[in-house]
Design a protein around this ligand. Structure first.
Ligand code: CIR
Length: 297
């Protein structure tokens, strides 16, 4: 049975005027074109408005060049529980405040906050209705996992599974910033994963967890999570809301695979170019928080 994400709300955040100063693992070959970045971000918001009933866009904070990447600031675990993060990059640590206030105003009753020395970026956490998968990375530490585990236990939330995001020294190439730089959920029981050394390193860790993927079978579709590999890393990061899936435009080989998976699930595929945001290591999920709120506002 296919299970879709129940999404009533999207939170997004404006692009700072200082976006050119956003953090990047490597300087892009061409500088960020701010006008194009604005255009792409507007298209992103417009597409969300066409598939999600309530889209709330928070104003940018020009003192935070990375604030458009709102995913890193909070985890919405369920319609009754959210966790405000403490981002791993010091320049990003002022970002969560307004996001926490917005989540509170949407009626989520329990909001916990990670405290120092915990650091965690939402890009390292995949929240499914039945499990929370976290990647330890350069931005997310063990202390954050420990605090998150306590929050989930105290609220009767889903079980937590922890993975490590391989660093450059562990793999030949494609050093990722976040866990979700190489994977995302197509539906609540299907993951898209980059067909790269990093993607396979993480897939192997997932397959090793009996509750996530039956270890008694070599089939990638065995167990509760089906894993689907796509050749392009950016294409492995998709948005999924109800019967809608949004992927990056410009990756035809990956698009063929994702389209077939969507067709099989009676889901509608949309494509969107976010190339200027990708220059600052942003993928699709980073620019929104998608969740079910207790009541429409
Ligand atoms: C950063 O380095 O923090 C930003 N330039 C990119 C954050 C992307 N966020 C995400 O993938 N969740």
């Amino acid at each position: 049975m296919i299970r879709y994400f129940n999404v009533t709300h999207a939170l997004t955040r404006g692009l700072a005027r200082t976006f050119e100063d956003a953090l990047a693992l490597e300087p892009p070959p061409e500088p960020i074109n701010i006008a194009v970045a604005h255009h792409q971000h507007n298209n992103y918001n417009e597409l969300l408005r066409s598939i999600i009933t309530n889209v709330v866009e928070l104003p940018a904070d020009d003192s935070c060049p990375d604030c458009v990447f709102i995913e890193d600031t909070a985890l919405v675990i369920s319609k009754s529980h959210a966790v405000v993060t403490r981002p791993g990059a010091p320049s990003r640590q002022p970002e969560p405040g307004p996001v926490a206030a917005a989540i509170h105003s949407l009626g989520i009753p329990q909001i916990d906050t990670l405290r120092a020395p915990a650091t965690l970026d939402g890009g390292d956490v995949l929240v499914l209705p039945w499990a929370v998968l976290v990647g330890i990375s350069r931005r997310t530490n063990n202390e954050a996992v420990s605090q998150l585990r306590t929050f989930l236990r105290d609220t009767g939330g889903p079980p937590l599974y922890v993975f490590s995001v391989p660093a450059a020294s562990d793999v030949a190439h494609n050093n990722p910033l976040h866990f979700k730089s190489v994977l995302s959920a197509l539906d609540t029981h299907t993951l898209l994963i980059a067909d790269t050394p990093v993607g396979h390193a993480i897939a192997d860790q997932i397959r090793a967890v009996p509750e996530l993927s039956s270890s008694s079978s070599s089939s990638a579709s065995a167990g509760p999570l089906e894993l689907i590999f796509v050749p392009d890393t950016l294409a492995a990061n998709v948005l999924s809301a109800g019967r809608h899936v949004v992927m990056q435009a410009g990756f035809p080989a990956s698009e063929t695979i994702v389209r077939a998976a969507c067709d099989a699930r009676q889901m509608q595929l949309h494509t969107l170019s976010m190339s200027e945001l990708a220059k600052a290591d942003g993928a699709l999920t980073c620019c929104s928080l998608l969740f079910e709120a207790p009541q429409p506002q």
